[in-house]
Design a protein around this ligand. Structure first.
Ligand SMILES: C[S@@+](CC[C@H](N)C(=O)[O-])C[C@H]1O[C@@H](n2cnc3c(N)ncnc32)[C@H](O)[C@@H]1O
Length: 224
């Protein structure tokens, strides 16, 4: 198998919103998913109002890009008193995660549909999140898509919503991307390095990596 090389390009920045800045205003939940418990459409002011009302004064833990939801649902099962909120840009994955939560009888899972960098500031008040996870984010290998990689916008958005002392865990199987994320997040001046919690449940990607003999790497930061 050919080893993929993670490359950065001077002329390609990060943080281009997926679908562009007007996507949220246009997106509608298809009828077949409208009754799915926990699905939040940040393009709908009524969804935003209900989410904010329900989240107020709750213990909040968030995941950016939960994919098929193994980690989010396992955390929700471990911490029934915590509201676990995924921020997922692909509706199909948001739906998969929520169906998984329903099958497991979990009432404390929500998934917000849209690019986390645009949706987090709309839905979550500053300093209210206890833990945040960005696990195996897409490396967007191609130059034409590299602007979608996470950069300082996500770093500042997460720095804003995390409570002082809040934990942020970043994981990747692409060491170059993880190193870049670590540098970017630390350069905000809002975080310090911390030990990675040893007993986190695996994500879907991590489970697949384990079966294929691949290796994941992790960094943990604490919000100042
Ligand atoms: C490679 S998958 C990893 C999924 C999961 N964390 C895991 O480890 O199995 C990356 C996920 O992040 C989502 N994603 C990518 N960019 C995003 C963004 N800006 N905001 C929210 N979700 C995003 C993708 O749709 C996908 O579900």
């Amino acid at each position: 198998m050919v080893e993929k090389v993670f490359r950065t390009w001077n002329e390609v920045g990060a943080d281009a919103l997926i679908g562009g800045s007007r996507r949220l205003a246009r997106q509608r939940v298809p009828e077949e998913f409208q009754d799915l418990p926990g699905l939040v459409n940040p393009g709908d002011p009524e969804h935003v109002r209900r989410f904010r009302e329900a989240a107020a004064d709750r213990d909040l833990v968030i995941e950016v890009g939960p994919g098929k939801g193994a980690f989010l649902c396992a955390m929700a099962a471990r911490h029934p008193g915590t509201t676990m909120v995924g921020f997922e840009v692909r509706l199909a994955f948001a739906v998969r995660t929520l169906r998984r939560a329903v099958r497991a009888g979990l009432g404390n899972v929500r998934v917000v549909w849209g690019d986390a960098r645009a949706t987090l500031p709309l839905l979550v008040d500053p300093g209210t999140v206890r833990e945040a996870y960005v696990l195996y984010p897409d490396p967007w290998w191609k130059r034409s898509q590299a602007a979608r990689r996470h950069g300082s916008l996500l770093a500042w958005v997460l720095a804003r919503v995390l409570a002082p002392g809040g934990l942020l865990v970043l994981k990747s199987d692409v060491p170059g991307y993880l190193a870049e994320l670590q540098t970017t997040f630390l350069s905000t001046g809002c975080f310090d390095l911390h030990l990675v919690p040893p007993d986190l449940p695996p994500t879907d990607r991590e489970a697949k990596l384990g079966m294929e003999g691949g290796k994941g790497f992790a960094v943990a930061l604490i919000k100042r």
